[in-house]
Design a protein around this ligand. Structure first.
Ligand code: ATP
Ligand code: MG
Length: 247
């Protein structure tokens, strides 16, 4: 469903340009769990920003369900992003003055979902991530792991096809990291959502069905340990993993 072909991203830095992604081609299908690893500065966040329609590549093609998303105007791109993609970050990015449920409901406000409907969906999503009893807490009244659950509920409330997480467990201890990873796996399994996780933690990467490694903006390795999961995905969602096109 996601098809990236020969993606490069260069940044202008003063008089010179810096090539951060260099001809990357890869496809992803619904219902995968994918880890993105690689050294600091290898281009992971740059790659995820492009996958998440937050940034455009300097060259290359990117289609989602066959639609050429790089041709979309910026308003259309924002709408597409809001409809298709949920984001989770290391530092949660919750609004401090809003209660948990109001934070979760934010993506629905963008879509102008009626308040009552948004409230109902936000509460249901908080239940799903195990925080039904914390809906009225402010972020400052929650633990780190609970804040990340709120952020995950916010990422999911709009019913996205893709959840992109940049170091989602980077600020959490080992036990809580595992709980968050369990939640991602559950979301992937139960909702058929593509979950892509940037991580420095090999224990987190090891639990993803597909593991992508970047070095200096190039795809240097890929392990696919999800053949079994593919079979399940195929059965459940009629979707199978697509092959990597070039490394
Ligand atoms: N807007 C920008 N302008 C110029 N250079 C940039 C820009 N964004 C990223 N870079 C450069 O691109 C390279 C890759 O950055 P990126 O944030 O993708 O790395 P990363 O793999 O996510 O690293 P980390 O693990 O430290 O988060 C870095 O050398 C960085 O300095
Ligand atoms: Mg990064």
């Amino acid at each position: 469903m996601l098809d990236l072909h020969d993606i490069s991203r260069e940044f202008r830095v003063g008089p010179s340009s810096l090539r951060v992604l260099d001809g990357l081609s890869i496809s992803f299908s619904a219902s995968e769990t994918v880890s993105i690893t690689g050294g600091s500065g290898s281009g992971k966040t740059t790659f995820m920003n492009i996958v998440g329609l937050l940034d455009k590549p300097t060259s290359g093609r990117y289609t989602i369900d066959g639609q050429d998303v790089l041709k979309a105007k910026s308003d259309d791109l924002a709408a597409l992003r809001n409809r298709l993609i949920g984001f989770v970050f290391q530092s949660f990015f919750l609004l401090p003055r809003l209660s948990a449920w109001r934070n979760v409901a934010l993506p629905l406000a963008y879509r102008r979902t009626p308040e009552e409907d948004a409230r109902r969906r936000a509460h249901a999503m908080l239940e799903r991530v195990g925080l039904g009893d914390r809906a009225h807490h402010l972020p400052s009244e929650l633990s780190g792991g609970q804040r990340q659950r709120v952020a995950i509920a916010r990422a999911l409330v709009g019913d996205p096809k893709i959840v992109l997480a940049d170091e989602p467990t980077g600020a959490l201890d080992t036990k809580v990291s595992q709980e968050i990873m369990d939640l991602f796996k559950e979301i992937n399994r139960d909702l058929g959502v593509l979950v892509m996780i940037i991580t420095h933690d090999p224990r987190i990467a090891a639990q993803c069905g597909r593991r992508v490694v970047l070095r200096q903006g190039m795809l240097v390795a890929e392990e696919n340990v999800g053949a079994e999961m593919d079979a399940i995905a195929l059965e459940r969602f009629g979707a199978a993993r697509l092959p990597v096109q070039a490394c």
